[in-house]
Design a protein around this ligand. Structure first.
Ligand SMILES: Nc1ncnc2c1ncn2[C@@H]1O[C@H](COP(=O)(O)OP(=O)(O)OP(=O)(O)O)[C@@H](O)[C@H]1O
Length: 487
């Protein structure tokens, strides 16, 4: 639909854009990204025909844009420039109606139902109907931005060129405008080329992104191919981290502040753990990075407190998560800062072990109830039912682990637990084979994230070795304690 071919150009004698080429298919949304002053707005002006390039061509629907008359071009494409002006003296409706100019044979002389409908629809889409008769100067920056987006939409062209369309908008309106534009892309085959400052929004909403640096194309393609951590750091000259979006295959970026608040020493000891008959608690004055399969706040996150709570063996509550949250509050724990597990075992009998390692102390806490033990390779022979006979394991590390090391630490700890059950000859009572765990085990790996980075956590790494040994020893001891209590 749009072909940008070898574009070079700038202002006067200053060369700015250099040999820029890319294609945009009909019904696609492309985001232009890059640091301040790299030429994003200038490129948009050249594509729209506002500025002429010194070299190269812009083709729309197979024709050079210079072959179209001004009015023809305005029906093909709409440009929404950056909002700068502050003095307006027209109403919202009149401003949106200007978008219909390319469809008039004489200015406002042939205004018809189609124009009326386009203006109405654009005002609805941007949620500005309620300001219809107000003067623009009485609206906030974000409201004015929405009026200009409505004006661009009212033009109803096939190609929309936007320069920071969500500038000045709060998050709800950013989402509303981008959702609406995306809907038009999908349902009406609208083609969009838009400048973004927010890399995350561009990643979420665009099919492809064009990353610019000093007037040149640094990379062009789908967000997951272009938005690489090292490349963004190199182009923007700043420290960032890229993670997966929780629900979509779109990379998301977070800024890494250089200046960190200096708190007290970030070290944990067995003193941070306390046992009573109701629960084991771990409390720290700073959050640790945690990966867990807990009942409350499972997954990867940052938490300062952990709880492993005893419940009655017949505990059967419909809304377990809600009940757990209320329990945490009643015991003075912050629900947003606590990971919570549960067990039917008397938590005052938990086994806590500490291992001094060159990188720091590693603390392991285990509660083991094995009445509900199972051989995972035979579990398909069972009916699904929930019981609270559980092995809960905490591995708390004074050290810094990569994401990879966290997952490997989980595997190492799980294998070590299975070995402890084998050693203790714990059997699955249905299959009569050696058990590998119970039906509801939970595991938590936590790290202070201080010191040298440990990239791996497998069995022969320094941290893996202590996890393998520690989880085995603590689990064996916890099974002994459980069996003593049983007899
Ligand atoms: N009318 C102009 N005359 C001369 N130089 C200009 C003009 N407009 C922009 N420039 C310069 O061209 C360079 C690129 O500007 P442009 O607005 O295209 O950058 P941008 O990537 O959109 O930046 P930002 O992220 O800050 O909006 C800048 O150094 C700017 O000062």
């Amino acid at each position: 639909m749009l072909k940008v071919q070898h574009i070079s150009g700038g202002y006067g004698t200053i060369p700015l854009l250099s040999d820029i080429s890319f294609d945009v298919e009909e019904g696609k949304m492309v985001g232009i990204l890059g640091p301040n002053g790299c030429g994003k707005s200038t490129l948009l002006k050249v594509i729209s025909g506002i500025m002429s390039p010194t070299f190269g061509t812009i083709m729309i629907d197979g024709n050079d844009i210079n072959e179209y008359s001004t009015r023809e071009l305005a029906r093909k494409m709409t440009i929404l420039p950056q909002l700068h002006a502050s003095a307006f003296s027209s109403t919202v409706r009149d401003t949106v109606s200007i978008g219909r100019y390319p469809h008039q044979s004489g200015f406002f002389s042939s205004w018809g139902a189609e124009d009326e409908n386009a203006v109405k629809k654009a005002m609805q889409q941007t949620d500005i109907e309620k300001y219809e008769n107000q003067y623009l100067e009485y609206l906030s920056g974000g409201e004015q931005q929405r009026v200009f987006i409505a004006q661009a939409l009212a033009q109803v062209s096939k190609l929309l060129l936007l320069d920071e369309p969500t500038n000045h908008l709060d998050i709800a309106h950013q989402k509303q405008i981008l959702d609406m534009i995306r809907k038009e892309v999908i349902e009406s085959n609208l083609t969009v080329v838009s400048v973004f400052h927010d890399i995350n929004l561009a990643s979420l909403y665009c099919d492809e992104v064009l990353l610019m640096e000093n007037g040149k194309v640094k990379a062009f393609g789908p967000p997951h191919e272009v938005l690489l951590e090292e490349r963004i750091e190199d182009v923007y000259k700043t420290q960032i981290s890229i993670q997966a979006h929780p629900e979509q295959p779109k990379p998301q970026m977070t800024i890494l502040p250089v200046i960190q608040e200096q708190t007290k020493e970030k070290r944990i000891t067995v003193e941070n753990l306390k046992l009573n008959e109701e629960y084991i608690e771990f409390r720290s004055h700073f959050p640790l990075r945690v990966l867990s399969s807990a009942v409350h706040n499972a997954g990867l996150g940052w938490y300062a407190n952990f709880m492993n709570r005893t419940v009655k063996p017949d505990y059967d509550i419909e809304h377990v998560k809600e009940e757990y949250l209320q329990y945490l509050v009643s015991k003075g724990f912050s629900p947003t800062n606590t990971v919570g597990m549960m067990t039917a075992v008397d938590t005052s009998k938990a086994v806590i072990k500490s291992y001094e390692m060159p990188f720091g102390e590693v603390i392991i806490a285990v509660t083991a109830g094995v009445g509900n033990a199972i051989d995972v390779s035979q579990s398909y022979k069972r009916n699904n039912f929930f019981e609270v006979g559980t092995i809960n394991t905490w591995v708390i590390i004074n050290g810094k682990l990569s994401d990879e090391a966290f997952v490997q630490a989980m595997m190492t700890a799980t294998e070590s637990k299975a070995k402890a059950l084998q050693e203790e000859e714990v059997y699955d009572c249905i299959s009569n084979t050696l058990a590998t765990g119970t039906t509801t085990d939970s595991l938590l790996i936590a790290a202070t994230q201080q010191g040298e980075l440990m990239q791996y956590g497998g069995p022969i790494t320094e941290v893996g070795k202590v996890i393998g040994r520690g989880v085995f020893e603590a689990t064996v001891e916890a099974i002994h304690t459980y069996r003593k209590g049983d007899s």
